[in-house]
Ligand binder design. Sequence first.
Ligand SMILES: *[C@@H]1O[C@H](CO)[C@@H](O)[C@H](O)[C@H]1NC(C)=O
Length: 275
Amino acid sequence: MNAVFLVIFCCYLPTAKTLRVSSQITMFSKNYRPLTQQDSIENLEDSEKLNDAYSIQSTQNSAIKLLSRAVTRWALWMLVTSLVLTNWYTWVKLRSCSPPNAIYTLPAQSSIKYKNIVFNAGIDGDLSPYQGLPNAENNALWEGLDPQHYGVIISVFHQLHCLNNLRKRIFWNETTRGPIAENPDFGMKHMDHCIDSLRQSLMCSSDLTPIPYAWNTKYHQTLPVPATTHTCRDFEAIRDWARAEERRAGEMDVHVRVEDPLGNVEYTAPDSEDV
Ligand SMILES: *[C@@H]1O[C@H](CO)[C@@H](O)[C@H](O)[C@H]1NC(C)=O
């Protein structure tokens, strides 16, 4: 659109100038006859009479010319104005639905693929294998979501780790509580951190997939249908990227301060009131 506008605008500029200049030349040359040495005063008067007769016709001609020039100019201006307005409108619209200028390039950007996934209702018979009381099978599935060997944490894996800890805490009983109760990963402070982290992440990605309502023949009322198709980032593709051997971080001793040649980044947590 911008290209079209530019081309037309660039073509219009010289055209407008040429129109004006060339019409001046035409009008000038029609009224102009060079003087010669033979021209006497009488001849000049004759020629003025001639010119008068000529200029009536020439006035009619130039009136038509002026009119056509005005029409051409008007048409061009309308074209340019409408293009400017269309461009401005497109620009405003695009700006409002584009990401902000500062987009952080993600290390895993190249791993992004999309696929359509029908969500599990997660209730009644439509359960996912991640659900139910924790057992060896679903625990393994949850642990498997996290590739676990990177030097930076990719947010999705952190959010899943948080969700898994919340799950374990919710489902814990006298038996399962014992081994993990003292672990700060399951303390209220960490649970609170996880809930708010998940809240921010959900709001950040703002899944816009509509969940329709339908008549539910089991409950005899209109209820949401959670099993809807979502266009998702392919999680497995991202996990495969993170699991790749070349991204294996190796052992990291978190108690050793490493000098970074690019400059150390340090984080000081603000003072807090513990939950
Ligand atoms: C505690 O929960 C686990 C699974 O989370 C289950 O296998 C076990 O039977 C439960 N124990 C009791 C006493 O409820």
